[in-house]
Structure formats: structure tokens, C-alpha cells
Design a protein around this ligand. Structure first.
Ligand code: EPZ
Length: 422
């Protein structure tokens, strides 16, 4: 297994280009199943969750031509509807998008239960509610989710909670259904919009993505034959914004969409960080030469402050002056990062769903473990700002969602070595 060895104390300086969005790509690749033909997808992040999507598409018989590490042509003309094995499905969360796409294409799907970051309970009742309202019978046995329908018919679906996964899975199932589907209380995340744009490029008829009411007018088939470029990753960009601020550096982040970063930018400016958006809206410069101040954050669905930026922000607030609070309102619990940061001298107490963070002057390097994707990214930031050396294990969690992250930090001056212990 690999470890990261990080020497802290170097302000990050320079330019970093953001890769394609993981949470868009892991929805768009399964969506190719809906196309009886070819499509070309660009700006795909080269990360381990994407390689798992390729594995599943290969099992289903899709013909994948790798044009580069970030671009593929996929031909799903002759795919066969096999069971998506549990041993692959359980390796990541987004495997459940193969339920919606196989159900939409074949009116039948069998997919092993998903895995993903451990945030306590992660139910899929809203996904099942959507599949059933579109005409499916859903059962679970032997760790496999089965969904099948004589016919898929559009319907109105009101989501009890704002859920990205269910919004996406219902969209995938409804695209080829007869009639119109209306999703109310839909997730508005940028990656929901990116999927809708991909599907519309391939012949679907989806309106309202990005708002809380999405209308999907069923079509008879998707024509494919087009090329789609995946949007930049909001969360990777946000991670580098926080790293620039925490290291008291000066970083230009390019190939991003500044509009997607509004809640992060606003919070950083509030605590004393300099944030300058590029005129064309595709770059942002973050610098900081002073100790940041305290604040309170409540994580919310988009356009609120992203839950997937919670651990990273906790690092910055752990060395800000005063006492800060992060109220995690999206997941039952994603506080595993706190124990690890406290090993580096942070003073974080978890009270219910609120992290109470007492700012300290500096973190001190030590040995820590990445327990999920964003907690791992947070520990990298902590190592980059701590005094001394930090060793991080469990880095496979980080590789799930960040392309080339070690080189990107090294190019900004970060002192990171990758070591592998047997
Ligand atoms: C997606 O997870 C992302 N994963 C997560 O990103 C992200 O944290 C999350 O959305 C919120 O933005 C992918 O896109 C692959 P949800 P998802 O369904 O779809 C509850 C990362 O770091 N809920 O929006 O699983 C659920 O328990 C990962 O990139 C139900 O109650 O999240 C949670 O409290 C981590 N019933 C809330 O909704 C359901 O059927 C939001 O979950 C579904 C969800």
C-alpha cells in the first residue's frame, strides 16, 4: 500500500489546472448504456472510480476505445444486460447509477449494492421510490438490487430529501420512458446539470436541470454520435483554494467554473482570504498572508456550502483564530477526519452533528490515516501546513477522486513523497 510523506511549512505558489468532475463522470459513463451507438467523452478524470466504471462497462460488453487517459469512445450498441457483480459495485458509491441506466435501456437491472465513503447510514430509499413510480418492481436479495418493469412510464416524483444520487438515477431511468417525468425537490448540483447536458447532447429532452424541478420528456432512443466534454471538478478546485489559503500561499486555479465555487469563495473571503475571480469565469486566484478568523458553516445541498468541502475547511479553521463551527447537515456523520487532525495538534470536538474547532497556532506533523476521499484530501492540506513531517496511509481513498494530486501539489511547491510499504 502507498503512503504520502509530506514536509510541511511551504506556502503553495503557482498555477494548477483542474481535471474533469468525478461526480459528473461517474454518472455520465453509465449513461452511455442508454445509447444504442457510439459516443465520445472528453475531459474524464483519470481516477480509480472511473477505472471501475470502465470495468463494469467492459463486463456488460461495451466497446471502449481509449483515445487518451482522459478521452474515450464508447459503443454500447451490442451490450448485454449482465449482473453487475457485488465485488465491483461495493468498491464505490456510483455503481448504483448502473441500475438506472440498465433499467432505462433494458427495463431490467441487477446490480450489487454500492459502497463508497463511510458516512454512517446511506440509504437508497429515494432511488427505489423513483424506480417504482416509473413502473418498476424492485427487490434486494443476496446483496444485489434487482429492478424490472414491463413498461417504464413517466410520473411525478417528489423527493423526500434532496439527494444527488436519486435525482441522477431517476433521470437515467426516465430518459427513454413513455411520457413525462417530473422530479420535484431535485438536487441542483453542477454534476446533475452536466449529466442532463450530456443526455440532451445525445438526443434526450430534459428541462430544468439545476433547479429543484426537472422535467424529462421521454424519447424513443438516444442517437449518440456526438462528443461531450465533462465539466471541471468543483470539489477539486475548492480543495486547492483551501490549500492555497491554509498554506498562506498564492495559487492561480485554472480550468474551473467560478460560479460553482461561490459558496466556498464567500466563506474564504469572510475569514480574510483574498479571492480574485478571472474575468472569463474559468479561473480563480487565492492568496492569504495573514491568520484567518473564525466562522460558522452549515453544509447544504448546492448552492449551499458543499458537504464535500467540510473536512478541508476544518483544516483551515483549525489554525484560524477563535472558535469555529461546522454543522454537517447532509450526512449522518462525516467526522472521522477530526480524530486524525487532532493527532496533528488540532482541537476539534464533535458535538452531535457539529464540529467545534478551537483554532491553534499551528499543526505538528505526525502519522495519520485517510478514512475517506475528502478526509484524505484534508490530511494532505494538514501535512502541507504542519510543522515537520506527516505520514498519511490509506491514500487509495484519495486516488478515488483526485487525478494526479501529488504532482499537482508538488508543482505548487508542496514537498510530498510517495512511499510504498509492503
Ligand atoms: C453524492 O453522494 C456524491 N457522490 C457525494 O460525494 C456527495 O457528498 C453527495 O452526493 C452530496 O453532495 C457521488 O456523486 C458519487 P445524496 P450521494 O444521495 O448521491 C440521504 C465525494 O466526496 N439519502 O445526495 O450518495 C443521504 O443519506 C462523495 O465525492 C436518503 O435519505 O448523496 C444523505 O443524508 C462523497 N435516501 C442525503 O440524502 C436516498 O435514497 C444526501 O445524499 C438517498 C440519499
Amino acid at each position: 500500500m502507498e503512503n504520502f510523506i509530506i514536509e510541511g511549512g511551504v506556502p503553495l505558489r503557482g498555477t494548477v489546472s483542474i481535471s474533469g468532475a468525478k461526480n459528473a463522470a461517474v454518472a455520465i459513463l453509465p449513461a452511455a448504456i442508454l445509447i444504442k451507438g457510439k459516443c465520445r467523452i472528453e475531459n474524464i478524470p483519470n481516477i480509480s472510480d472511473i477505472l471501475l466504471c470502465y470495468d463494469i462497462l467492459n463486463i456488460l460488453g461495451a466497446k471502449i476505445t481509449h483515445i487518451s487517459k482522459n478521452e474515450v469512445e464508447i459503443d454500447c450498441t451490442d451490450i448485454h444486460n449482465d449482473v453487475v457483480p457485488t465485488d465491483i459495485a461495493r468498491k464505490f458509491r456510483a455503481s448504483y447509477y448502473f441500475i438506472g441506466s440498465l433499467l432505462g435501456r433494458f427495463k431490467d437491472a441487477s446490480v450489487g449494492f454500492p459502497g463508497g465513503c463511510n458516512f454512517g447510514s446511506r440509504p437508497i430509499d429515494q432511488h427505489i421510490k423513483g424506480f417504482e413510480l416509473l413502473g418498476s418492481n424492485v427487490s434486494t436479495e443476496g446483496g444485489v438490487i434487482h429492478a424490472s418493469a414491463e413498461k417504464l412510464t413517466g410520473n411525478s416524483i417528489y423527493l423526500d430529501v434532496v439527494t444527488v444520487g436519486a435525482t441522477i438515477n431517476i433521470m437515467l431511468t426516465a430518459v427513454l420512458a413513455e411520457g413525462t417525468t417530473v422530479i420535484e425537490n431535485a438536487a441542483r448540483e453542477p454534476h446533475v446539470v452536466d449529466l442532463a447536458n450530456f443526455l440532451n447532447t445525445m438526443g434526450a429532452n430534459i428541462k430544468g436541470a439545476g433547479t429543484d424541478v426537472i422535467k424529462i420528456y421521454g424519447v424513443s432512443e438516444l442517437h449518440g454520435g456526438s462528443t461531450y466534454s465533462i465539466m471541471p471538478d468543483q470539489l477539486e478546485a475548492g480543495t486547492f483554494m483551501v490549500a492555497a489559503a491554509a498554506s498562506k500561499g498564492d495559487v492561480l486555479i485554472t480550468n474551473c467554473i467560478t460560479k460553482h465555487l461561490d459558496s466556498i469563495s464567500a466563506k474564504l473571503v469572510e475569514i480574510g482570504v483574498n479571492v480574485e475571480e478571472g474575468e472569463s469565469g474559468d479561473s480563480i486566484r487565492v492568496s492569504c498572508n495573514r491568520r484567518t478568523t473564525k466562522t460558522s458553516i452549515k453544509t447544504l445541498p448546492y448552492p449551499g456550502f458543499p458537504t464535500d468541502m467540510h473536512p478541508q475547511m476544518a483544516v483551515l479553521l483549525s489554525v484560524s483564530e477563535g472558535i469555529s463551527y461546522i454543522n454537517e447537515s447532509v450526512f449522518d456523520s462525516r467526522f472521522q477526519y477530526a480524530d486524525e487532525l487532532n493527532k496533528l495538534g488540532a482541537k476539534i470536538k464533535v458535538d452531535g452533528k457539529i464540529a467545534v474547532i478551537e483554532g491553534v497556532n499551528s499543526l505538528i506533523g505526525g502519522q495519520v490515516s485517510a478514512c475517506d476521499l475528502r478526509a484524505g484530501a484534508a490530511l494532505m492540506i494538514a501535512g502541507l501546513i504542519a510543522e515537520g513531517t506527516t505520514k498519511i496511509d490509506g491514500v487509495e481513498h484519495i486516488y478515488r477522486g483526485y487525478e494526479n494530486i501529488v504532482n499537482k501539489f508538488q508543482d505548487l511547491g508542496g514537498k510530498i513523497i510517495v512511499s510504498s510499504n509492503q
